[in-house]
Ligand binder design. Structure first.
Ligand code: C2E
Ligand code: MG
Ligand code: MG
Length: 274
């Protein structure tokens, strides 16, 4: 009906049609996600984080993966947005945390050295106690201390932290959890503001790395690394794909790096661990 009207009367109804379709798709996505959570169908992949200087893996970032029987591969961004809207993000987060700490325990048991895992955390997960309960439960179950975990929050999430979220972050840091700002440079906070935030690590967004080496990008990254190190923060460059980008980051003095050059996200068993 809407499509027929759209054909007759133009774009407004077509837009309405798209919104209805969009809502129906989201409804289906959420229903499938609920089922996937119930069946334990979400998987976590791990991407190496290496020292820029020696290119040795010392930690990993945990990234959620979902291939649904009906929907096919669902992109993490889409999954996370749907989970946030449907208030399922705590459950998704708990799965990723559990698989990440479980993987650290598996590597430990195999005599492989991976010091720490980073998990991405949505700002919604800082609104109550569920994140802390999930961390405690998985830490106890797998026998992995929380001082081996980093939580990554985007720049805007950290900038918008309310009192409750700030208290959660401080309690987690008291337990040894490190806090990283993800995708830094894409939001609105300034380098100076970093000083006031409860953070330990800054991850420089891929968009800056893509243009390396180049006069403007190199100047920006140099300034960024300089200020971050003056503030005592560890810097990670994201999205390193080429040897040239790597050598420029090394020249600049960035500490850690992550990107397809060193390894793509993969199931824990497929990650090449020292
Ligand atoms: P992110 O945390 O910034 O993760 C890095 C993204 O960049 C990942 O995309 C990774 O696969 C991709 N990447 C890594 N190296 C390269 C590279 O060299 N080149 C290019 N082009 N891309 C690279 P992915 O896995 O699709 O995840 C997208 C975003 O979804 C993540 O961005 C994160 O914000 C979110 N996300 C993923 N897993 C979770 C999760 O468990 N919880 C939450 N809340 N968010 C998650
Ligand atoms: Mg991240
Ligand atoms: Mg990032």
């Amino acid at each position: 009906m809407a499509t027929r009207l759209a054909r007759a009367s133009g774009r407004t109804v077509a837009a309405y049609d798209e919104r209805v379709d969009g809502r129906r798709d989201r409804f289906r996505l959420v229903a499938r996600l609920r089922q996937a959570l119930g069946e334990g169908a979400l998987r976590t992949h791990f991407q190496p984080v290496v020292g820029i200087e020696d290119r040795h893996l010392h930690s990993v970032e945990a990234l959620v993966r979902w291939t649904d029987d009906e929907l096919g591969v669902v992109a993490p961004d889409e999954l996370v947005a749907a989970a946030e809207a449907a208030r399922l993000i705590d459950d998704v987060g708990a799965v990723v945390i559990d698989q990440a700490l479980g993987q650290l325990a598996a590597w430990d048991a195999a005599g492989r050295v991976v010091h720490r895992a980073a998990v991405n955390v949505s700002p919604w997960q800082l609104r109550g106690r569920k994140l802390e309960s999930a961390l405690e439960a998985s830490s106890t179950w797998h026998g992995i201390g929380l001082d081996r975990l980093t939580i990554e929050l985007t720049e805007s999430a950290v900038a918008d932290l309310d009192d409750v979220g700030t208290r959660v972050l401080h309690r987690l840091r008291d337990r040894g959890v490190l806090v990283a700002i993800d995708d830094f440079g894409t939001g609105h906070s300034s380098l100076a503001r970093l000083r006031e935030l409860p953070v330990d690590v800054v991850k420089l967004d891929r968009s800056f790395v893509t243009d390396l080496p180049g006069p403007v990008a190199s100047a920006l990254v140099t300034a960024f690394v300089g200020v971050a190190s003056a503030l005592g923060l560890r810097t990670v460059a994201e999205g390193i794909e080429t040897e040239d980008q790597w050598s420029e980051l090394r020249r600049i003095g960035c500490i850690d790096g992550q990107g397809y050059l060193f390894g793509r996200p993969a199931p824990g068993g497929d990650v090449l661990v020292p």
